[in-house]
Design a binder for this molecule. Structure first.
Ligand code: FAD
Length: 445
C-alpha cells in the first residue's frame, strides 16, 4: 500500500494524476474538462455530490450577460443544455444571459468531463496539503474511506474560497478597505407561481425593470430606496409585521427554463454577515437566511399577485458567497485595467460585466458599464503566485482588487478562465515547464 506523509501522519494514496483540480464548480469543472481534453490524466475533487459549484448548489442562475468572445467550453455547455431540452435564450440574445436549471448544468458538466476522459472524486473534501520546495506534492482529502492522499504533477485551486492556495501558504486578501466582504445570499426556488399574472401585475405598476416584457423568461427585482415600483407592496409587508426592514435590502427573481411556474430567487441578502471569512459567522448566516426565506415566502404568497398558490421548492444547500478571499498573485487586476479595457499577451478570459458590488455597508456600488463590443482581458498571471510553482488558482478568488473581483466573478468569465487554466496545465506539463514559469500565451479558446 503506497502512502504519503503529511506532517507525522501516513496517509494511504488513492491515486496519482497529471492534473488535479480541487473544486468542481463553475471554473473548476471547466478546468478539468479542458485539461482532460488536452491529454492530461485529470481528476476533479469536489466536496459535494455533483459538479457545478455555486450555480448548482447555491442555486445561482442564470449566467449574467457577457458578450465578449468566449471559449469552447461555454459554447458547448450552452449547446448541450439546449440538446437536453433546456432553452438557454429566447430573446434573440437581447440580454446576453444564459438561462439554465441547476440539475441540467450539473449533468452537462459531468458528461463533458467524463467524455473528455477526466475523472471525478465526489463527496471528497480537501483537508491538507504537502508543499515541498515550493511545489505541492500531494493533497489530503476526506473521503468515505477516511483520509486519502491524492498525488499529482500540478494542481488547480478552484474552491472559490482559495482553500488550497491558503493551505499552501499563498498570501490572500479579503473584503474591501475596511475588511467587509460583499454581501452573501442564501438563494431559494418557489413553484406554483402564475408567472404571467406576476408579470402583468409588475407591468401594470409601470415596472420596467425586466429587460424582457414578453416570452417565457422573466426577471423581477426590488431594492429599497431606488424607486422600484414594487417597493410600496414590500413596505406594506413590513408595516404588517410579515417582513423586516432588512428584508427589503435586495429582492430579485428569475424564471427557469423548462420549469413553468418556478422562479429562482437571488435573495435574501444576509446583511449580518459583513465578514464571511469567519466559519462561525457563515454558519449563523445560513440559519439567518432560512428565517429570511420563510418570511419572504409568507409575504409573497399573501401579498404578491401571481403567488396565491405558490410554495417553497427548495433552499440552497450552499451559501451564496459573492466574494471572500482573493489570492495575492503575480499580477493583480485593478480598476485601472477595467477602465482601460486592458489587453494582455497572456490573456485567459475576457470580461464585460460591470463592477457590481453588493456592499454590506454601502448598498449596491456599480461602475460604468461597457458598450457592446468592449471588454477587458484577465492575464494568466492573475492565476499564478510567487509561492507555489505547480498550482493555478481560478474562479472568483483569482488575483484582483476588491472592485474588479465584482466584475470577474460572473459565471461566463469563470468558465472561460477555467478552460484556459486546464489548457495551461496540459501545455506546461508537455513542455516540462512549471505553471509559475509558463508564459500563458495562446490560451484563449
Ligand atoms: C448570491 C449570488 C448571486 C450571483 N448571481 C450571479 C448571476 O446571476 N449570474 C452569474 O453569472 N454569476 C452570479 N454570481 C457569481 C457566480 O455564480 C460565482 O462567482 C461563480 O459561480 C464562482 O465560481 P467559482 O468556480 O469560483 O466557485 P464555485 O462555483 O462556487 O465552485 C467552488 C467549488 O469548490 C468546492 N469546494 C470548496 N471547498 C472545497 C474543499 N475544501 N474540498 C473540495 N471541494 C471544495 C465547492 O463545493 C464548489 O463546488 C452570483 C454569486 C452569488 C453568491
Amino acid at each position: 500500500m503506497a502512502t504519503h506523509t503529511f506532517g507525522t501522519r501516513e496517509v494511504e494514496v488513492l491515486g496519482s494524476w497529471d492534473t488535479v483540480v480541487v473544486g468542481g464548480g463553475t471554473a473548476g469543472a471547466s478546468a478539468g474538462i479542458s485539461a482532460a481534453r488536452e491529454g492530461d490524466r485529470t481528476l476533479v475533487v469536489e466536496r459535494y455530490g455533483s459538479l457545478g459549484g455555486s450555480p448548482v448548489h447555491a442555486l445561482v442562475t442564470p449566467m449574467m450577460d457577457s458578450r465578449a468572445p468566449h471559449g469552447r467550453n461555454l459554447h458547448e455547455i450552452e449547446r448541450r443544455l439546449n440538446e437536453i431540452g433546456v432553452t438557454t435564450r429566447e430573446d434573440g440574445d437581447r440580454m446576453g444571459y444564459v438561462w439554465f436549471t441547476p440539475e441540467a448544468l450539473s449533468e452537462v458538466l459531468e458528461t463533458m468531463l467524463l467524455e473528455a476522459g477526466g475523472q471525478e472524486l465526489l463527496d471528497a473534501t480537501l483537508v491538507d496539503v504537502d508543499v515541498v520546495d515550493g511545489r505541492i506534492s500531494a493533497i489530503a482529502v476526506m473521503t468515505v474511506e477516511g483520509l486519502r492522499a491524492v498525488v499529482a504533477q500540478q494542481f488547480v485551486d478552484a474552491t472559490g474560497d482559495a482553500v488550497l492556495s491558503r493551505m499552501a501558504g499563498v498570501p490572500c486578501a479579503a473584503g474591501d478597505d475596511a475588511g467587509n466582504n460583499q454581501m452573501s445570499s442564501l438563494r431559494f426556488e418557489m413553484g406554483g407561481i402564475d408567472v404571467e399574472r406576476y408579470r402583468q401585475y409588475c407591468l401594470s405598476l409601470g415596472d420596467n425593470f425586466s429587460p424582457m416584457v414578453d416570452g417565457f423568461f422573466w426577471e423581477s427585482a426590488m431594492v429599497a430606496g431606488k424607486g422600484f415600483k414594487l417597493e410600496p407592496l414590500f413596505r406594506q409587508g413590513v408595516a404588517d409585521g410579515v417582513l423586516e426592514e432588512s428584508d427589503l435590502v435586495y429582492y430579485q427573481c428569475f424564471s427557469l427554463p423548462g420549469e413553468p411556474g418556478v422562479m429562482a430567487f437571488n435573495c435574501p441578502h444576509l446583511p449580518e454577515l459583513k465578514n464571511n471569512v469567519s466559519a462561525m459567522a457563515r454558519s449563523e448566516a445560513l440559519a439567518d437566511g432560512r428565517r429570511r426565506i420563510r418570511r419572504l415566502v409568507t409575504f409573497l404568497t399573501r401579498y404578491m399577485p401571481g403567488f396565491e398558490h405558490a410554495f417553497l421548492v427548495r433552499e440552497a444547500s450552499m451559501l451564496g458567497v459573492r466574494e471572500s478571499w482573493r489570492i495575492c498573485g503575480t499580477y493583480t487586476l485593478d480598476v485601472d485595467d477595467y477602465v482601460a479595457r486592458a489587453r494582455f499577451d497572456d490573456a485567459v478570459a475576457r470580461g464585460t460585466w460591470y463592477i457590481d458590488v453588493h456592499s454590506a455597508t454601502k448598498g449596491l456600488v456599480h461602475m460604468e458599464k461597457y458598450q457592446p463590443g468592449e471588454y477587458y482581458e484577465i492575464p494568466y498571471r492573475c492565476l499564478t503566485n510567487q509561492v507555489v510553482r505547480n498550482m493555478l488558482t481560478v474562479g472568483r478568488c483569482i488575483s484582483t482588487s476588491f472592485l474588479v473581483q465584482a466584475s470577474v466573478r460572473i459565471q461566463q468569465t469563470a468558465i472561460d478562465m477555467g478552460e484556459s487554466a486546464g489548457r495551461a496545465c496540459a501545455r506546461a506539463l508537455a513542455a516540462g515547464v512549471e505553471l509559475a514559469d509558463f508564459d500563458g500565451r495562446g490560451l484563449l479558446g
